[in-house]
Design a protein around this ligand. Structure first.
Ligand code: NDP
Length: 471
């Protein structure tokens, strides 16, 4: 049992304003595995005051000292990587095969990358005789989801601290434990009091208090599009900057003549990783009409071969979903696909054989999906792949872009042709022929997938204001 009874505010573990606790449930055993405080507006007030008080000193701290702290945080994460990964395996259900790298090791990489990239930013320049000066934006509220709980915090806290901002983190109530371990690591790293603060609590109370707070200069949010809309509306009353990393419904286009087996394998892997609880999941597989049967058979063969089970077991590829609410939501989507006339080629609403306990969903593949179906339009956040067909390349591009989202897209095909298609897609993160992805490239969605960028130099610059001094 991981128990945290205090909130990290002003460099100290402080007693929360109420005795209320949030129970953290293990996604596989369904048992309570931890407890954290259910913080509220009074705790947020204290955290914002601490962050405000620390801002003058931290923003004036030399860059290399700030970046030194980032480096020590990265080392601290790696020193506790196994423990952090075990926590995420329990909270989220991510298989232990990938958790130490994608869930926790990646957070250390993010702190390291931000330390490397920050000196590249030109803080001052002269434009036509006018001096332009970039400055840290101030006090930042970081609100994060449960699917990659530590990484999502890292991609906000690392650039904010690098640029001289101070931060209050409000982690997801469903997976808050690694945020508490990170606070311990930040403390050990010698980050001055008030620079990093942690207030756990529910979104509508602690989260919304942070967004509405007049002394918070910026809110960086990752989560669902519905919550992103609410946050934008609440933040508008104090006209603060908001960055949003929201949902997706990403297409993977297999162009005519592309190696179908490789492309389908990439689509299935990209759709089922973290049990589909990934915003860039390739959930719409677009194939030429003539390849519908072959694609469905290939996807089914892979889906049925995957080891589904205890995420702590070393060979498990697909673990449970995070909680019962999410499992029920995904089941409802699978039922809607059946009701709306898609062909269920494998998977379905029943739990996998022998896995009645744990929030499991069978790896599911639908064929004959069309863009008027909910499973093609709405983010499912579970292991559900939809296969759609197209007539020619223009039709593929039209279908791929026919979505409210614009987070990511993948293309397989002859390199020049695939590149040309990638340029036509209205999305922020494109992957051609399964290329390796760089975490120093700017990441962020078009349309209702978000506003602003994370990662890379662009991600750092979100935490800056710019002034012009005319002399
Ligand atoms: P939610 O939008 O439900 O929650 C995200 C965070 O916002 C949580 O910390 C939540 O608190 C908080 N929150 C909820 N309501 C409010 C409010 N009114 N004011 C302030 N904060 C609030 O998302 P999930 O946690 O369910 O995450 C899944 C979603 O996140 C998916 O839709 C996914 O696509 C998206 N996502 C997007 C990513 C991207 O980079 N584009 C990456 C990862 C996920 P609470 O603790 O109560 O839940």
């Amino acid at each position: 049992m991981q128990e945290f009874s205090r909130l990290y505010i002003g460099g100290e573990w402080t007693v929360p304003s109420s005795d209320e606790r949030i129970e953290v449930v293990n996604a596989f055993s369904e048992e309570v595995m931890g407890r954290v405080p259910a913080g509220g507006a009074a705790d947020v007030d204290r955290a914002v005051a601490a962050a405000r008080a620390a801002f003058a000193g931290w923003s004036a701290t030399p860059l290399d000292e700030r970046l030194g702290a980032l480096g020590r945080i990265a080392e601290g994460i790696m020193a506790r990587n196994d423990e952090l990964a075990r926590s995420v395996v329990g909270e989220v259900g991510t298989p232990s095969m990938i958790a130490p790298m994608f869930q926790t090791g990646l957070a250390a990489v993010v702190f390291g990358d931000n330390a490397t990239l920050a000196p590249e930013i030109e803080m001052e320049a002269t434009v036509g005789g006018t001096l332009t000066v970039k400055e840290p934006i101030g006090v930042v509220g970081a609100i994060t989801p449960w699917n990659f709980p530590l990484v999502q915090i890292a991609v906000k806290v690392a650039p904010a601290l690098a640029m001289g901002c101070t931060v209050i983190v409000k982690p997801s109530e469903y997976a808050p434990l690694t945020a508490f371990m990170l606070a311990e690591i930040v403390h050990e790293a010698g980050v001055p009091p008030g620079v990093f603060n942690l207030v756990s609590g529910a979104g509508p109370s602690a989260g919304e208090a942070l967004v509405a707070h007049p002394d918070v200069d910026m809110v960086s949010f990752t989560g669902s599009t519905a919550t992103g809309r609410r946050i934008s509306a609440v933040a508008a009353s104090t006209v603060k900057k908001v960055t949003l990393e929201l949902g997706g419904k990403s297409p993977l286009i297999v162009l005519d003549g592309a190696p179908l087996a490789d492309a389908v394998a990439a689509a299935v892997q990209g759709c089922y990783i973290n049990c589909g609880q990934m915003c860039t999941a390739s959930t719409r597989l677009l194939v030429p009409e003539t390849q519908r049967d072959e694609a469905a058979a290939a996807a089914t063969a892979i889906a049925e071969s995957l080891a589904v089970g205890d995420p702590a077991a070393p060979d498990t590829v697909v673990g449970p979903l995070v909680n019962a609410r999410q499992r029920d939501r995904v089941r409802e989507y699978i039922q809607s696909g059946i009701d709306e006339g898609a062909t269920l080629v494998t998977g379905g609403v029943e739990p996998p054989d022998g896995l009645e306990r744990g929030y499991f969903i069978r790896p599911t593949v639908f064929a004959d999906v069309t863009m008027d179906m909910r499973i093609a339009r709405e983010e499912i956040f579970g292991p559900v792949l939809s296969i759609l067909t197209y007539t020619d390349t223009d039709d593929a591009v039209r279908i791929a872009n026919d979505t409210d989202y614009g987070l990511a897209a993948m293309v397989f095909g002859e390199p020049d042709e695939a590149m040309a298609v990638a340029r036509r897609l209205r999305a922020g993160w494109l992957v051609v022929n399964g290329a390796d992805q760089s975490f120093t490239a700017p990441y962020g969605g078009y349309k209702q997938s978000g506003l602003g960028k994370e990662l890379g130099v662009a991600g750092l610059e979100e935490y800056l204001e710019q002034k012009a001094i005319h002399v």
